[in-house]
Write a protein of this length. Sequence first.
Length: 558
Amino acid sequence: MSDKFTSFIHDIIDQDLKEGINSKKVHTRFPPEPNGYLHIGHAKSICLNFGVALEYKGFCNLRFDDTNPSKEDVEYVESIQEDVKWLGYRWDDRMYYASDYFDKLYQYAVQLIEDDKAYVDDLSPEEIREYRGTLTSPGKESPYRNRSIEENLDLFERMKAGEFPDGSKVLRAKIDMVSGNLNMRDPVLYRIQRANHHRTGNKWCIYPMYDYAHPLSDAIEGITHSICTCEFEDHRPLYDWIIENVRNLNSRPRQIEFARLNLSHTVMSKRKLRQLVEEGYVEGWDDPRMPTISGLRRRGYTPEAIRDFCERIGVAKAVSTVDIALLEHCVRQDLIFKAPRYMAVLRPLKVVIDNFPEDQVEWMDADNNQENPELGTRKMPFSRVIYIEQDDFMEDPPKKFFRLAPGREVRLKHAYIIKCERVVKDENTGEIIELRCTYDPQTRSGMDTSGKKVKGTLHWVSAEQAINAEVRLYDHLFVKDNPEESKDTDFKQNVNPQSLEILKSFVEPAFAEAQPGGRYQFLRQGYFCVDPDSSEEQLVFNRIVSLKDSWAKMQKKK
């Protein structure tokens, strides 16, 4: 393997291949639960599982862990497929569901009962927790643990037939109630749950637990390396116990854990993301402030940038938090050559050029991206009335302010040098509403014969041809690096009230051809994406990232 991709996971796989384990094959899987939308943490797992399979010329399955029908929905199944495809990965004909194996999983459970390795328990959930003990005290056996094999087989069959109420009985593995690992203290394998399943309907009223279904699904599919996050490390002995104690399995998958992704200014819990959606803190799962893959896609992030980010952060055992500035840096690095650079005035200030003919329009030559000549050029209209940014003018500027001010000259990008002659204010409020300027006809960009030198260059838009636009400026969803740092405080109290600002703006006419999903750099402003909310009457843009790259600056200081 290339050093670029080396990780402890690759070391393990390399050793397995060297020893001829699993017939020298590599077969991974990505096994999401269809109970919510995927987020950037899942993107790391997708890139790792599909990426490892590609590197070793193996296979990666997409498998839905649909063992909890009360929280699952076809909407989530479809969104997960879309996200994986968008990131650039394909599963071909290898899309499966845990529900594909419900009949087999039931028969495997019967096997365990027959081998006296599982029993039906009548304890309530509260009693099971009490009997399990704690990290410092051993558990105690259920009074139902020593039921006969025949009785357990009968009860389990009757559970399947729907004779008992929800929660009244469970099937538990018979392992060790004094184990130092709480997961091995007779874990629950099946529970009674009457809920309509999105694939099997009402066929089943008992459903397997994740810790039981997952290793067996891996074995059925011939998975060689079951790569998961570190919270499952304590579950690995149970994973192995299930594999070792179910008869007639043809595969022995190996579980390997890696550190999950923690990102600053973000929460990575699907349960908490669901709260943000359901309680109205965001507009939906695809809100551009959300760390969901659908939210990042709508905001304008590229799959290439996300894959680059996942590669840069690497794979490790130690848990750490990655600065979101690195993700933003990866987006900028990807868009710097791809995005056309057009002009947009976010907070418009009207400028009238008094000595420019009223009915005249000149078309200026403008390059679309100086970094990438292949993106070509365009024509920009220049007329007597234009808009500039409010921040590009100051009536009483400080010493190092090099933009427009009374009596001062600046260059308009791709156009002329103008001079501010007069400021027009609202009579009632004193607010500046218009600037009256003049231009120097000898200073046309690319044809300047004046010899003038000015320190400031401004972007602008011709008023007559300008297109109305709604611009949505997004900031971090949370004000703190770690929104969950205090266990005594609800994480939602750290939601940033300034995470979205909506502006009524103007963009140049080149945007007339813009389509939803199109990405652009607004000159001097940042990178923006056309939102699906756009219409013929008004374009809507989401700010992807600003031009400021704090992560790159931090790296230079090191």
